[in-house]
Structure formats: C-alpha cells, structure tokens
Design a protein around this ligand. Structure first.
Ligand SMILES: NC(=O)c1ccc[n+]([C@@H]2O[C@H](COP(=O)([O-])OP(=O)(O)OC[C@H]3O[C@@H](n4cnc5c(N)ncnc54)[C@H](OP(=O)(O)O)[C@@H]3O)[C@@H](O)[C@H]2O)c1
Length: 263
C-alpha cells in the first residue's frame, strides 16, 4: 500500500507554495519524497519556505518566484523551470486572491485582479507547463494537474466576494474541460477546500472561526494533513484513474443541510 500512495522521486510545482494551503501541499509532497518547486511573487517568502521544507526532507523544495497573474509571468516560471528540470509529474495550481466589497461598489478592478490570477493564471500556467507534464507522463502513470478551487465555487458564501466565487466556479469547470482535453496522458482534478488557516482567511477566522467550526459537520477547520492527504492521493498511483472531478476537502461543509450550528 505504501507504493500505491507513493509520490517519491516525482517532481512538482506548487504555485503560491510559500504560504497557507500551498505551503501545506508543498510540505506534504516534500515529506512524501517529492522534489517540489514553489512559485509566487514574494521571493523572500518562497526562499525561506523552500529552505525550511528542504531541511525537513526527504524530498527537496526550490523557490522560483514569478507573478502568475499575467501570461508573461507564467512564461517566466516555465523558462526558470526549464533551467531546473525537463519533466514535471505534478502541477498544483494553488495561487489565488480574493476581493470583497458591497455589490454597488464592486467595480472592474475587483473583477480584473481576481480573474487574472484565479482563472487566467491557472489556464496559462497549465498551458505553458504542458511540455514538462507530457515529458513526465507514462502510459501507466499519467502526469497530474490539481487546481485549488473552493467550496465557494460550489455554494455561494454570505460574503460580498462576487468575483472570487465566480472565479472558483470557473476553476471547477475549466478543470473538467482540461481533463477531457488532456486525457489519457494527464489527469486534471480540482480540490475545493473548506476553511483552512491562511493569510487570506486570517481575518475571517479571527472574527468567526468558532462559529465556522461549529457549523462544519466535522466540528473543526481544516488541518495541513487534510490538504496534503488529498493531494498525495490524487498524485500517486492510487489517483491515476480519477480525472475531471472536484473533491471537496471541507469537513462536510457542502453536505446538503449542513449549514449553521448543529443542534
Ligand atoms: N484558506 C482557505 O480557507 C481556502 C478555502 C478555499 C480555497 N482556498 C484557495 O486556496 C488557495 C491558497 O489560498 P490561501 O488561503 O492559502 O491564502 P494565502 O496564504 O493568501 O495564499 C495565497 C498564495 O497565492 C500567492 N499569490 C498571490 N498573488 C499571486 C500572484 N500574482 N502570482 C503568484 N502567486 C500569487 C501568494 O504569494 P505571494 O503573495 O508571494 O504572491 C500566496 O502564496 C487560493 O486559491 C484560495 O482561493 C483557500
């Protein structure tokens, strides 16, 4: 069974891997023996995380900073990656941002900033890293793309984050579209996280973490192992026959009728 769930020796890119959910994913893959590249805008954060995760091993972690909200930035990542490796078994498109404003004030900037990274960034990164993924894929062991969506792309939240929810629904549907296009050499799945501690979620969890945990069937927010376990499953031999799906890792938040504290 350890072989069935192994990602040892695989190469991976985790975008936004310096913090939050991306760091949870990168750590899980490094701890499972993969060689992981993390990429986001803040070079110092990426480099510090890469050094910490490499020290934990047994895999390695390397920082290749890039701004993935533009096609040119995604190309820069591909060019840097080419100096590092010619094949990529795993791409985790995790980098994302959000925006909240009252409906009447929700302007173009609130759409452009979020869609540029959360939707177009996922598409361009996947497109530009395809040659690496195709080089790593074999008939028995397809390369893997895992897109980080959100339960907000399944059920809208009670927050005024219109471009974010639309972007995550788009990620889920683009996942299905790309899965059809890239099979059988590459699987494409999405994970829809529920609440996990991160920079993006800090204010929400500080203000309402207890209420959110109480309203979750599993009665807690997500832990790093919850995220790492789902990614390792999808990226190991165990996940080789799963493509085009959205896996909620949400403690049951999207189960029908699970809204509000349980009584
Ligand atoms: N935490 C949750 O509860 C939750 C729930 C559902 C979905 N998600 C999703 O999980 C993903 C990670 O978010 P998080 O919650 O872990 O928040 P986070 O800690 O704020 O992480 C966001 C990551 O994206 C990177 N990033 C932002 N803009 C970028 C850009 N232009 N180019 C490249 N990288 C960029 C950030 O690094 P830099 O600042 O260095 O660029 C950071 O590493 C997002 O897609 C989010 O929508 C999170």
């Amino acid at each position: 069974m350890s072989d069935l769930f192994s990602v040892e020796g695989k190469t991976a890119v985790v975008t936004g891997g310096g913090s939050g959910i991306g760091r949870m994913v990168a750590a899980g893959l490094v701890h499972a023996g993969a060689d992981v590249v993390i990429s986001s805008r803040k070079a110092q954060v990426c480099e510090a995380t890469a050094a910490e995760l490499t020290a934990e091993g047994p895999g390695t972690c390397t920082a290749l900073p890039a701004d993935l909200s533009t096609e040119a930035g995604c190309r820069r990542l591909a060019e840097q990656l080419a100096e590092h490796t010619d094949r990529l078994h795993i791409l985790v498109n995790n980098a994302g941002n959000t925006w909240g404003a009252p409906l009447e004030e929700f302007d173009d900037a609130a759409w452009d900033r979020v869609l540029a990274l959360n939707v177009k960034g996922v598409f361009h990164t996947t497109k530009l890293l395809l040659p690496f993924l195709e080089a790593a894929a074999t008939d028995d062991d397809p390369a893997r793309v895992v897109n980080i969506g959100s339960i907000n792309g399944i059920e809208p939240p009670p927050l005024e984050t219109y471009s974010y929810t639309a972007s995550k629904a788009a990620v889920h549907h683009m996942t299905r579209h790309l899965a059809w296009r890239l099979a059988p050499r590459i699987t494409v799945n999405a994970i829809a996280p529920g609440p996990f501690e991160s920079h993006m979620m800090r204010a929400t969890l500080e203000a309402a973490g207890d209420v959110i945990a109480a309203g979750t069937p599993m009665q807690r927010i997500g832990r790093p192992d919850d995220m790492a376990g789902a990614v390792v499953f999808l990226c190991s031999r165990a996940g080789a026959y799963v493509t085009g799906h959205v896996l909620p890792v949400d403690g049951g938040n999207t189960v029908a009728g699970a809204r509000g504290p349980r009584g």
